[in-house]
Each structure stands twice: as structure tokens, then as C-alpha cells.
Design a protein around this ligand. Structure first.
Ligand code: ATP
Ligand code: MG
Length: 352
């Protein structure tokens, strides 16, 4: 067990690193942020900050020596560079490697026994056309690497759109994935300790607009709740296959044929932000607890219903009204000027 007072390293200094730092500070730990940007928002609330590129092995080595344990807030990191952190890295490089490549991720999920949308790996327009032939339309092209918030994706609604979609994603290695007619979307947020015990939060139901998460609600609708247990079993299978330590989020489609895995995130997730006020122990604190080897906390709900609304782009300009709303928990990430599609903050509400 790493005791309070120790330094926890966090690779990546965005809002997830920021909320992890706040949770760590509450337990008496100090955080050290590693990020290439000049003013990462996590550094505002952390004890230490190293500004260096993610592939700067020397800087990573020094960072590792300064920290008792190191975690990460996003998965698009160079695995070879981060491996200099050795056993200090939690979750380990396997979780990182699998989650950062959509083709590897899908193959891994299938091998763990869970269902994903019918898919093909594509490296050329001819491959895309063959995928359209095999999977039908609509299908979605997703770049194998570096996608988030719906970026690096293009829909093919008819065979004629294959070429324009291939061009739209930059004609790079991708997966072609059948469009799923889902009833709802939800996620399983589980936390696995270093001893292998895994617990999970109530599954939030997630609404996306334009590929970006808009809203999460707990408890989910009856249709989702009916699939949550089966989905949780799949998530545990994935976590065990990864030997994952910390929070693991698995995004699902609730389909007529049961839960289908969309993707995994080896980290705390936007669809778990409601847990800061809505659960006995937040996803951020649970992740810190798992990383330092403390016992995991309770995931019990604190209200009959909890909703989390993202503040995307100009939504954040309504902050004056939001902070005047009694009972609304407003979180602003300190990012400065809003840009379209940028996650600027979120609001959580507990309902009777
Ligand atoms: P994020 O980082 O927000 O999780 P992302 O860029 O990784 O997003 P995905 O999760 O793959 O993107 O897709 C974003 C959203 O697009 C999904 O939540 C879903 O609403 C829609 N979508 C993606 N793939 C499919 C599919 N095969 N069928 C139907 N809808 C899909
Ligand atoms: Mg997603």
C-alpha cells in the first residue's frame, strides 16, 4: 500500500487528470502532472508539473523516479516510451496498448467472449468497398488510432459514399463497423483492485449528439437495466484479460440482441462524472484507491436519480445561471475560451 503523503504521477493534464488530482488531494496524496502543453488544466490543482513530450523517455524516467505510482488520463500515449515506468504504471501497458488501436481492441474484446458490432480492418478504398459489400450500410469508418469525441469517424450510408468517407477520415488504417440500431447507449464503469477484486457503479444511460456525450442518467431505463448484468460480466472478463488495475469503462449499445460493446477506455470516463456527487465514492477516488492499493470504496447511489450534463463549447457561457441554481453541482474545467465541440465543464443534479 502506498500511504497518503506519497506522490502520484498522472500522464495527461486535461479535465480527467484535474479531477483525479482533486480526489487524490482529498486523501492526502500529492499529484505530479506530465503533459506537453504550457498550461494543462490539471496542473492548476496539482503539486508538481513536468512539461515534456509524451515520448520524452528521459523526462518520463525522471518523472517515474519522483512518483510512487503513475497513472494516465488518456490512452493515446506511446507504449514503448511509457514502458520505462515499469511496474509503477497502473493500469499497465497492456490496457494502454489494447485501448489505443480500434482493431486490436475489437479483436481483444471478441477474444474475451464479448460481442462487438460486425467489423473489418481496412487499409484501402478497395477494403472499404469490400466491407460495404460484406457488412451492408449504414456503416461507420473509424481511424484505428487517435479518435475521440467522434473525431476520425465518417459514416457510409450508401455504397456511393464509400470514397468520400474514406477521404474524410484521411485515407488511413481504420475499422469499418456495421451501424447498430440500438435502443439506448450505456456504460459499465468498473474498478479493479490490484488483488483482482472488481466492483462497479450503477450503469449510466448515455445520450450522444454528433458523436459527443451530452448527458448521462442514473439509474438507466428499464431496457438498459435488463442488460446491465450481462454487460457487467463482459466488462469483468475484459478487465481480467487485461489484468487491469484501476477504473475501466466499457461503452455499450443496448440492442435487441443484448449488449454490444462499442469501445473500452482504460480510465475514468465522462459517463462517470455523475459519481462525484451521485455515488458514495467517486470514480476518481476509486481509481486513486486502486492505484495506491487502498481498499475500494462504496459505489452506492446517493440519490434516487442523478443526471450529468456536459457543458460543450458555448454551453459554458451559461455558468452564471448554473451557479445560481440551487443544488446544481457545477464543474468548470478552467480551459478559458470555449471552442465548438470542446468539453468545458459539466453539471450534476441529484433528484428525489
Ligand atoms: P468518445 O471519445 O466520446 O467515446 P469516440 O470518438 O471514441 O467517442 P465512439 O464511441 O466510437 O467514438 O462513437 C461515438 C458515438 O457514435 C457512439 O457513442 C454512438 O452514439 C455513435 N456510434 C459509434 N459507432 C456506432 C455504430 N457502430 N453504430 C451506431 N452508432 C455508433
Ligand atoms: Mg465512445
Amino acid at each position: 500500500m502506498i500511504e497518503p503523503g506519497a506522490i502520484i504521477g498522472i500522464v495527461g493534464g486535461g479535465q480527467l487528470g484535474r479531477m483525479l488530482s482533486i480526489a487524490a488531494a482529498q486523501l492526502g496524496y500529492k499529484c505530479h502532472i506530465f503533459d506537453p502543453h504550457e498550461h494543462p488544466v490539471a496542473a492548476d490543482v496539482a503539486a508538481h508539473f513536468t512539461r515534456a513530450a509524451f515520448d520524452d523517455v528521459e523526462a518520463l524516467q525522471r518523472f517515474g523516479e519522483h512518483c510512487a505510482v503513475v497513472t494516465y488520463e488518456f490512452e493515446n500515449l506511446p507504449v514503448a516510451s511509457l514502458s520505462v515506468l515499469g511496474a509503477k504504471l497502473r493500469p499497465g501497458t497492456r490496457s494502454l496498448k489494447v485501448a489505443q488501436d480500434r482493431a486490436e481492441e475489437k479483436a481483444f474484446i471478441e477474444a474475451s467472449g464479448a460481442q462487438v458490432a460486425p467489423w473489418r480492418s481496412v487499409v484501402s478504398l478497395a477494403d472499404v468497398q469490400a466491407a460495404v459489400e460484406a457488412l451492408g450500410c449504414p456503416l461507420v469508418l473509424k481511424t484505428r488510432r487517435y479518435g475521440y469525441d467522434g473525431k476520425g469517424q465518417a459514416w457510409v450510408r450508401s455504397p456511393e459514399e464509400a470514397a468520400s468517407a474514406w477521404k474524410a477520415i484521411g485515407a488511413q488504417p481504420a475499422v469499418a463497423e456495421a451501424g447498430i440500431r440500438f435502443v439506448a447507449e450505456f456504460s459499465i464503469i468498473l474498478v479493479r483492485g490490484s488483488d483482482g477484486t472488481a466492483i462497479r457503479f450503477d450503469a449510466p444511460e448515455n445520450e450522444h449528439e454528433g458523436g459527443i456525450l451530452r448527458r448521462s442518467t442514473v439509474p438507466a431505463s428499464a431496457a438498459v437495466q435488463a442488460q446491465a448484468e450481462a454487460a457487467a460480466a463482459m466488462a469483468v472478463g475484459i478487465a481480467e484479460a487485461l489484468d487491469h488495475v484501476g477504473v475501466l469503462t466499457v461503452e455499450f449499445f443496448a440492442s435487441a440482441d443484448g449488449p454490444i460493446v462499442n469501445e473500452i477506455a482504460p480510465r475514468v470516463h465522462n459517463s462517470g462524472h455523475w459519481s462525484i456527487e451521485g455515488a458514495a465514492t467517486s470514480q476518481f477516488e476509486q481509481h486513486i484507491r486502486a492505484c495506491v492499493g487502498l481498499p475500494l470504496g462504496s459505489t452506492r447511489l446517493r440519490a434516487p436519480q442523478v443526471t450529468m450534463q456536459n457543458l460543450i463549447g458555448d454551453d459554458v457561457l451559461a455558468w452564471r445561471e448554473l451557479v445560481s441554481e440551487k443544488g446544481a453541482a457545477v464543474h468548470l474545467y478552467g480551459k478559458g475560451t470555449p471552442r465548438p465541440g470542446r468539453k468545458m465543464g459539466h453539471v450534476t443534479r441529484l433528484h428525489d
